[in-house]
Design a protein around this ligand. Structure first.
Ligand code: ADP
Length: 204
C-alpha cells in the first residue's frame, strides 16, 4: 500500500496568511484542473497553451507535467500499477499545496486509473479540483505519436504502455471533456480557458 502515514504526533501548522489573503493578492482563486487522457491526446499541449494565455492576461498559473515530475520528485517511480498510483498521489498533494498558494494549476498526466483520479480528488477541498478529459481516440494519438512512443510500444520496447499494453479507464463524470480531433490547439485551449472563466476563478 502506498502513501501510508508512517509518522505519528504530526499536526498541521497554520500560518497567519490565509488562502483568502493570497487570493486577494493574486486577484484570482486557486484551483487544479486535472487533465487526463491517453499519451498524445494533447494534455501537455493544451496545458502549456492555457498557462501561457493565463499568464499573458495577468494570472498566476503553473503546469505540472508528467515527464518533468518524473525527472525529480518522482524519479524513483516506474509504470507498474502501484508506482502509477503513488505518482498520482504525490502529484495531487503538490497540486493541492499550489492551489492553496492561490495558483491555477494545470496537471498533465495520463492518470489512467479511475480510482487514482478519485483519490486525487479526495485530497482537495470541494470545488477546487476539476477533472478534464482530453478525449482523443487511440487511433489519432497513435497517428500523432509526438514522442515516437507508440512505435516503441507496438514493437515491445516499452512495456505497460497505456492504451497498448496497459489499460486506460475513461472518466465517468468529468467536469469538462475536450474532444481534440476536429480542433486546432488554440481551440482546445480556449475550451479550457472558458471553463476556468465560467467557474469564476479569474476574479479576485
Ligand atoms: P500528451 O501530453 O497528452 O501526451 P502532447 O500534448 O504531448 O500529448 O501531444 C499532443 C500532440 O497532438 C501535439 O503534437 C499537438 O500539437 C497535437 N495536437 C493536434 N491537435 C491538437 C488539439 N486540438 N489539441 C491538443 N493537441 C493537438
Amino acid at each position: 500500500m502506498t502513501g501510508e502515514a508512517k509518522s505519528q504526533n504530526i499536526s498541521w501548522h497554520s500560518g497567519q496568511v490565509t488562502v483568502g489573503d493570497r487570493e486577494r493578492l493574486l486577484k484570482q482563486r486557486g484551483c487544479t484542473i486535472w487533465l487526463t487522457g491517453l499519451s498524445g491526446s494533447g494534455k501537455s499541449t493544451i496545458a502549456v497553451e492555457t498557462e501561457k494565455q493565463l499568464v499573458n492576461s495577468g494570472h498566476a498559473a503553473y503546469v505540472l507535467d508528467g515527464d518533468n515530475v518524473r525527472q525529480g520528485l518522482n524519479k524513483d517511480l516506474g509504470f507498474s500499477p502501484q508506482d502509477r498510483t503513488e505518482n498520482i498521489r504525490r502529484i495531487a498533494e503538490v497540486a493541492k499545496l499550489m492551489t492553496d498558494a492561490g495558483l491555477i494549476v494545470l496537471t498533465a498526466f495520463i492518470s489512467p486509473y479511475r480510482a487514482d483520479r478519485e483519490a486525487a480528488r479526495e485530497i482537495f477541498t470541494d470545488g477546487k479540483f476539476f477533472e478534464a478529459y482530453v478525449d482523443t481516440s487511440l487511433e489519432t494519438c497513435e497517428a500523432r505519436d509526438p514522442k515516437g512512443l507508440y512505435v516503441k510500444a507496438r514493437s515491445g520496447d516499452i512495456p505497460e504502455f497505456t492504451g497498448i499494453s496497459a489499460p486506460y479507464e475513461v472518466p465517468n463524470d468529468p467536469e469538462l471533456i475536450v474532444k481534440t480531433e476536429n480542433l486546432v490547439v488554440d481551440e482546445s485551449a480556449e475550451q479550457l480557458l472558458s471553463f476556468i472563466r465560467s467557474c469564476g476563478f479569474l476574479a479576485g
